[in-house]
Design a protein around this ligand. Structure first.
Ligand SMILES: [Zn+2]
Ligand SMILES: [Zn+2]
Length: 91
């Protein structure tokens, strides 16, 4: 549940998952660009395929079952209740 609240707050600041899916980051200058654009408006570099949300997902823990992004200390998925299996961590 805390997960969703956090996402809601993020959305308010302009960085919810739905917003992040529409944004990409320029690999050259780091500018955040709308994903419709093909090149960075700042430096003209071709933009990578992955969106800001893809990058975010790669860096964070996510549910193998439903793809919900979760915090690193989550034990269960807040969306589907799936028990999360953590790769390297030994508790
Ligand atoms: Zn750029
Ligand atoms: Zn899930």
């Amino acid at each position: 549940m805390t997960q969703r609240v956090r996402f809601k707050n993020l959305e308010r600041f302009g960085f919810g998952p739905n917003v992040m899916k529409k944004l990409r980051v320029c690999s050259r200058c780091g500018q955040i660009v709308r994903s419709r654009a093909k090149t960075c408006f700042d430096c003209g570099e071709r933009l990578p395929k992955e969106t800001l949300f893809d990058r975010y997902k790669r860096k964070h823990l996510k549910c193998q079952n439903c793809d919900t992004v979760l915090t690193a200390d989550s034990l269960y998925c807040s969306n589907c209740g799936n028990l999360l299996i953590k790769g390297e961590k030994t508790i």
